[in-house]
Design a binder for this molecule. Sequence first.
Ligand code: ADE
Length: 231
Amino acid sequence: MKKIGIIGAMEEEITPLLELFPPRNRATLLGGNLFYHIVYKDTEIHIAYSKIGKVHAAITASTMILRFGCEKVIFCGVAGGLREDLAVGDLLLGTKLCQHDVDISAFGHPLGFIPESRVFIETDESLNAIARQVALESNLTLKEGIIASGDAFIHSREKKQWIIDNFGAAAVEMEGASVAVVCDSFKVPCCILRSISDSADGSADVSFDEFLESSAKAGADFVKKMVDRLV
Ligand code: ADE
């Protein structure tokens, strides 16, 4: 059977997914995450939320791959928009992921660079092509760009501008890059889909709380359509 892993960071981000992929009566608690196992047509779908942040997301992605044998990993959740054309509710496909909080520039390395790794980790072109096709056929606008991840909720104009200036990022969140690094390390195709919940500025916290649920639903509906093309 084919095996696909779908990860969100927060419970709110996977709740709409679980509604789209019932039943959810088989689950495993491992490494602090509850993994739901669903058989959907010819495919096993494993769904979990990681908890917030890069370390938690790395644990979940690794478990999906090494324990449950996921051959493809999709991350679905919300992000703060950095680019002017990104409004709340917009869908964004992460073409490359980077870690804006990695800094060993004291040793002459570029920001975001870790020796033997790369500043930017690309996501899987075939999965991204499926996402584009879904958008086209569903008449949805899917924007694309670099996503910067870091262990901080960005809520100031200064920090937002700093991330744009240093990484050319379109959006910011707290998990995507770690999932991309795990998948790249194990040679598992990965797709990072984010729905914009805020603009990473002074009102980001209020916007995030207001739009988390609706943005998560938009992302989950999109991922369901992608899965329907993969099974
Ligand atoms: N996820 C959603 N909005 C975010 C923000 N402003 N900063 C970091 N992660 C986010």
